[in-house]
Design a protein around this ligand. Structure first.
Ligand SMILES: N[C@@H](CCC(=O)N[C@@H](CS)C(=O)NCC(=O)O)C(=O)O
Length: 245
């Protein structure tokens, strides 16, 4: 299996965690998103949207982290990450959809302020804007342009902060009577959301987790799993560019 990914990308982290929990080995191709590796023609052939992660397995190219994780579950069921009960399976899918529909976007602006904006603003503006012009999705282009020009303001972050606060509350509610989000076993729901909980460290919102003992306990337990450090960088380390090629 080959994985095109970025160390600090939450969507890449979801897939790396799934691979690690399943004990699957893979060859990595690391993209530095701050240097626009995702816009290289060779990568755009794999994913015309210019987004990581991309998984290649048995000659098939797969995009979309949630779809990739579902594929891994079906293709490599030896270590199951879905419950057997249909109702619990539906609950896992609802969490995965929530991560995909809401959280993936919610972390973007706060993450940009910390991780992307400083580097973008230190580039020659003409170069940065020329690269941004090449981003295929107009919404993503607008986010990069905001960061490269006037900058993201505290007011811009308020909707993201509200959504992330809601994430922690939803988790606290789900974890009241069970150790993992969908029951007694770790599932794709926990895997899909874990990178977003860890990201709270970098964007100065981890106090939300500290205020919810069940969520803090969940985070401590998922970090203690053997798979976790194989897939995840140190919490809060996003300012440091990875050394891996
Ligand atoms: N829905 C997609 C979202 C992928 C995505 O947003 N990837 C980000 C990193 S987390 C990316 O490649 N960003 C590049 C960019 O913003 O140009 C998925 O889950 O795979």
């Amino acid at each position: 299996m080959e994985l095109y990914h970025s160390t600090h990308s939450t969507c890449s982290q979801k897939v790396r965690l799934c691979l690690a929990e399943k004990g699957l080995s893979w060859t990595g191709h690391h993209l530095n998103l701050r240097k626009f590796d995702q816009l290289e023609p060779e990568f755009l052939k794999l994913n015309p949207k210019g987004l990581v992660p991309v998984l290649i397995d048995q000659g098939h190219t797969l995009t979309e982290s949630r779809v990739i994780n579902e594929y891994l579950e079906e293709a490599y069921p030896q270590v199951p990450l879905m419950p057997s009960d249909p109702h619990a399976r539906a609950e896992v899918r609802l969490w995965s959809k929530y991560v995909d529909d809401i959280l993936t976007d919610a972390v973007k602006l706060p993450s940009f302020v910390k991780n992307i904006q400083p580097e973008l603003q230190s580039m020659a503006p003409a170069h940065a804007l020329a690269m941004i012009e090449r981003i295929p999705d107009p919404r993503i282009q607008a986010r990069w342009r905001l960061a490269a020009t006037v900058g993201i303001s505290p007011n811009d972050l308020a909707p993201s902060h509200a959504l992330l606060k809601d994430m922690v509350q939803r988790m606290a509610h789900a974890l009241t009577h069970q150790p993992w989000l969908c029951g007694e076993q770790l599932t794709l729901a926990d895997i899909d959301i874990a990178p977003f909980v860890q990201r709270l460290v970098r964007i100065d919102l981890f106090h939300l987790v500290l205020a919810q003992p069940q969520v803090l306990d969940w985070y401590t337990r998922i970090r203690a799993r053997t798979a976790y450090p194989l897939a995840m960088p140190e919490p809060g380390s996003e300012g440091v560019q990875p050394l891996i090629a």
